[in-house]
Design a binder for this molecule. Structure first.
Ligand SMILES: *[C@@H]1O[C@H](CO)[C@@H](O)[C@H](O)[C@H]1NC(C)=O
Length: 155
């Protein structure tokens, strides 16, 4: 009898833990979550040592058409689908943009028109970023969410 109820408690406890894990996962994948940013590509917006960005997935899901130039987004890397990257939206579908105004990766006279369903993205630190200048326009299907805030940690 005692054994039974102890087992039952354990079972229920596991169930609650699984429930919570599912809830957190669903929340993170559909609503939004804090995520750590690494690397120099978004300097000076984000520090390279790792800063916490608050990503809102739901705002993109609910209004994908309201995406604007200049916004920060999180997206699946077009060259490594296991990586989530953070970049700034430079061009929207139909825009004609200069591939690289800095002349670093392409001649400053080279222009590209962005096809339907695609956007042009770039890192804020142009000298240290792999972005549309390398892989061209990216599909909007890769977008995960918008970066809505940054958490500054005191060191
Ligand atoms: C870009 O990144 C490099 C390497 O971390 C850094 O030295 C440089 O200061 C950065 N540029 C800007 C504008 O933050």
């Amino acid at each position: 009898m005692f054994r039974n109820s102890a087992l039952k408690k354990l079972g229920l406890g596991c169930l609650h833990a699984v429930n919570l894990a599912c809830f957190l996962h669903l929340f993170k994948e559909n609503v939004g979550s804090p995520c750590l940013t690494y690397g120099p590509s978004m300097l000076p917006t984000f520090e390279s040592t790792g800063e916490v960005a608050i990503e809102s997935i739901i705002s993109h899901r609910l209004a994908p058409q309201s995406l604007a130039r200049g916004e920060l987004i999180s997206l699946k890397s077009p060259i490594n689908p296991n990586r989530i990257i953070c970049k700034r939206v430079i061009g929207l579908p139909g825009d004609t943009i200069c591939v690289d105004p800095t002349g670093l990766k392409a001649s400053t006279t080279e222009h590209v028109s962005i096809p339907k369903g695609h956007i042009w993205i770039a890192g804020d630190n142009t000298s240290c970023s792999t972005d549309s200048r390398d892989y061209g326009p990216v599909s909007v299907a890769l977008i995960r969410g918008r970066i809505v805030a940054r958490v500054r940690c005191f060191r």
